[in-house]
Design a protein around this ligand. Structure first.
Ligand code: NDP
Ligand code: OXD
Length: 315
């Protein structure tokens, strides 16, 4: 049995070193130079796989994503039809995302950028603030990440609403589901957090119409956007126009239509935008290796691999 690393945009050494440390018995191969006999390869770890590589593996049994998202794998038009794809669902990754979401929500709520600016200007301005309960945070995507962020924000005292494809029950969170309930979700939302997967249905979902439907009753008079899902979910020209017209109060963006973000992107220097370079929840090599190895061991023991992707839904 061999395990192939097919991760052209990631530094493969750190990942293969972790796997060698944790599983010295596994024969590790790396695309493109250390492929060896293809018939040995039963498992592949992939991210943005080049076309025809996965398809060329005659005994491939499972494809593992190195992240929670699988859009980077489903993009391969030559993906073999019958091989299951598993994604990461690990408490370490989830907690990192929750930290990011809570950090950004609190930063906007406590007006930290205004305080930073005042400090730069040596200005002692103790402007009035409001309670967390004055704000409703709306989370698009109530999966592993969204549910944890929603629950923790509710514990901090925010009103929290959420939206997903199928109905959910989460203590402390008012849940909405599907297209018919999208507008009701948006109209309650003062801070919109996107934790959706990128699928054909979620492409461009953060657009002018969506922004226009958000609440303007909150203490800032205009809604705030936080996107840590995927860049292809946001129509960037609509977001910039909304920031400039005041239809959006401010934004924190971790993901972008094109990554890395271009040097000349207006987001970098925008006074209302906080930019982070797709680091909301980083895949830690040792932790994610342990997760993937655990799933390989399950498969070898005849147990079902967990967190399989439904290709029809796209996540
Ligand atoms: P899950 O698959 O657990 O959850 C996805 C959620 O989105 C589910 O609640 C699902 O609904 C909902 N959803 C999917 N499609 C739709 C739709 N068309 N309409 C309404 N709701 C929809 O994923 P995770 O929570 O683990 O991860 C979410 C995403 O976060 C990843 O796909 C990735 O894009 C992003 N991510 C970003 C990172 C970063 O560093 N910026 C790091 C990790 C992840 P339902 O529950 O009904 O199925
Ligand atoms: C992921 C990511 O999907 O890092 O895990 O974006």
């Amino acid at each position: 049995m061999a395990l192939l690393y097919l991760i052209p945009t990631w530094p493969s050494d750190i990942w293969t070193t972790c796997m060698r440390q944790q599983a010295p018995d596994i024969d590790i191969r790396v695309w493109p130079d250390q492929m060896g006999p293809l018939a040995d390869i039963e498992y592949a770890v992939a991210w943005l796989p080049p076309a025809n590589v996965l398809r060329s593996l005659p005994r491939l049994k499972v494809i593992f994503s190195l992240g929670a998202g699988v859009d980077a794998i489903l993009k391969d038009p030559t993906l073999p039809d019958n091989v299951p794809i598993a994604r990461v669902n690990d408490p370490d990754l989830t907690m990192r995302m929750t930290e990011y979401v809570v950090l950004q929500v609190l930063m906007h709520h406590r007006q930290q950028r205004r305080l930073d600016e005042n400090q730069r200007n040596r200005l002692w301005d103790s402007f009035p603030t409001h309670a967390a309960s004055a704000l409703t945070v709306g989370i698009m995507g109530l999966g592993v990440m969204g549910t944890d962020s929603a629950s923790k924000l509710a514990l901090l005292g925010f009103k929290v609403v959420g939206w997903s494809r199928s109905p959910k029950t989460i203590p402390g969170v008012e849940c909405f589901a599907g297209a018919p309930e999208f507008d009701s979700f948006l109209e309650r939302t003062d801070i919109l957090v996107c934790l959706l997967p990128h699928t054909p249905e979620t492409t461009g979902i953060i657009n002018r119409e969506t922004i226009a439907k958000l609440s303007r009753k909150g203490p800032f008079g205009a809604p705030i956007l936080i996107n840590a899902g995927r860049g292809k979910q946001q129509v960037e020209k609509d977001i910039l126009a909304a920031l400039d017209s005041g239809a959006l109060h401010s934004a924190s963006l971790d993901v972008f239509e094109t990554e890395p973000l271009a040097q000349d992107s207006p987001f970098w220097g925008h006074p209302k935008v906080t930019v982070t370079p797709h680091v909301a929840a980083d895949s830690d090599p040792a932790t994610i290796t342990a997760y993937v190895l655990g799933q390989i061991r399950r498969h070898q023991a005849g147990l079902p691999v967990e967190n399989l992707v439904d290709r029809g839904r796209g996540y």
